[in-house]
Design a protein around this ligand. Structure first.
Ligand code: UT7
Length: 348
């Protein structure tokens, strides 16, 4: 069996910066509230017409591929994690295959929101371990700005999210002890509706208190109704406090699980790169695990919460800043909608 390693990493963020003060033009919020509750100062929004989730993924992928000393032609599998795909279907992985002129390789989309990148990394790890693929491109990218409700009714959701993309190229290594040591994936659907975008969808409100109304004789038509557009149920819904409470339990739990699976301790971690959900969540995890400031990497103040892109963007920035060095023990961890969560331990 091979081990898989991250051979190249890169990220891309759009150039449009929206500060907290900029958001006060659209909704009743303040820089003080956003910074105090989330640590976010600004976020990037993609160009409304020209930039796509796939396009941002392509930009990040080009850098990762170059840094892995390989070419788009040599990539043998694509895994693309996103909750904001260009189309309802087909997924972004196949659109990236087209945009990058890759061979007719397999292309898979992962729909696991904030933990999407960890899930994608874990899938890539399994394919490399078995020897099935040798050069897998894993992308996490989001264009959330196009689907956010900028009205005050959704201010708890809209102020935290941003756009961007990160990518890694995974390759096999036979160097002992190097690469992905283990990945740990979890889910609990009991509170699926606490953080969700209900429509367009096929549930017809099955699990929701408020069901869409339609004349009985109409078949179909529940995918998206005028009523859904008007009442805002086509926008993401989040019970922030419920998510926060679960996140601060599950993050430390899965990190401990990963460490104990490898007979390691929190003191062995050189850098924890948590999903950038909220700076307060990251600080809570750091305190809970007893980690020093230099053991945790955060960049949420600049980019907000970029969901599936947040870990590869943060890992890439940390690497560029020299904070990820050969031999370091890197821990990635995420929690989000589903709820789904996970962790990965990497010996760089
Ligand atoms: O990555 C995906 C997973 N998501 C997360 O991890 C998010 C986890 N949750 C959170 O980060 C926090 O719950 C939020 C930052 C989203 C919200 O913070 P909170 O302290 O839980 O606020 P809240 O939603 O309970 O609202 C508290 C108050 C309310 O006002 P009243 O009813 O007390 O008068 C809200 O209307 O704050 C108000 N509020 C705002 N005020 C100004 C909510 N959002 C805003 C806002 N600006 N943007």
């Amino acid at each position: 069996m091979y081990q898989s390693t991250i051979a190249g990493i890169g990220y891309y963020v759009p150039k449009n910066v929206y500060t907290n003060n900029d958001l006060t033009r659209f909704m009743d919020t303040s820089d003080e509230w956003i910074q105090e509750r989330t640590g976010i100062k600004e976020r990037r929004y993609a160009d409304r017409l020209e930039e796509t989730t796939t396009g941002m993924g392509v930009e990040a992928a080009k850098i990762a591929i170059e840094r892995a000393n390989t070419t788009a032609q040599d990539i043998d599998f694509i895994i693309f994690a996103t909750l904001s795909p260009d189309y309802y279907f087909p997924g972004c992985a196949v659109l990236l295959q087209r945009e990058m002129g890759m061979k007719e390789i397999g292309a898979l989309d992962v729909r696991n929101q904030c933990s999407g990148f960890i899930y994608a990394l874990s899938i890539a790890d399994q394919f490399i371990k078995t020897g099935m693929y040798k050069n897998i491109l894993v992308v996490g990218a989001e264009k959330q700005s196009f689907a956010i409700d900028y009205a005050t009714r959704s201010r708890n959701v809209s102020v935290i999210f941003g756009d961007g993309a990160g990518a890694v190229v995974m390759q096999p290594t036979t160097e002992p002890g190097k690469g992905i040591l283990s990945t740990h994936l979890h889910s609990d659907g009991a509170e699926a509706e606490k953080l969700a975008l209900y429509y367009p969808g096929a549930s017809a409100g099955k699990w929701l208190d408020k069901k869409p109304t339609l004349p009985e004789q109409e078949l179909g038509g529940l995918f998206m109704t005028k009523e859904m557009l008007e009442d805002g149920s086509i926008f993401p819904h989040m019970d922030g406090q419920a998510v926060f409470k679960k996140a601060v339990v599950k993050f430390p739990e899965v990190i401990h699980e990963a460490l104990s699976a490898n007979n390691l301790l929190t003191t062995d971690i050189d850098l924890l790169v948590p999903h950038q959900a909220n700076l307060r969540i990251s600080q809570f995890i750091q305190k809970n695990l007893g980690l020093r400031d230099d053991q945790v990497f955060n960049n949420i103040e600049k980019y907000g919460n970029t969901t599936a892109a947040s870990i590869p963007i943060a890992l890439s920035e940390a690497w560029e800043q020299g904070k990820v060095k050969k031999g370091d023990l890197i821990c990635l961890a995420a929690f989000g909608a589903g709820f789904t969560w996970g962790a990965a331990l990497i010996r760089w």
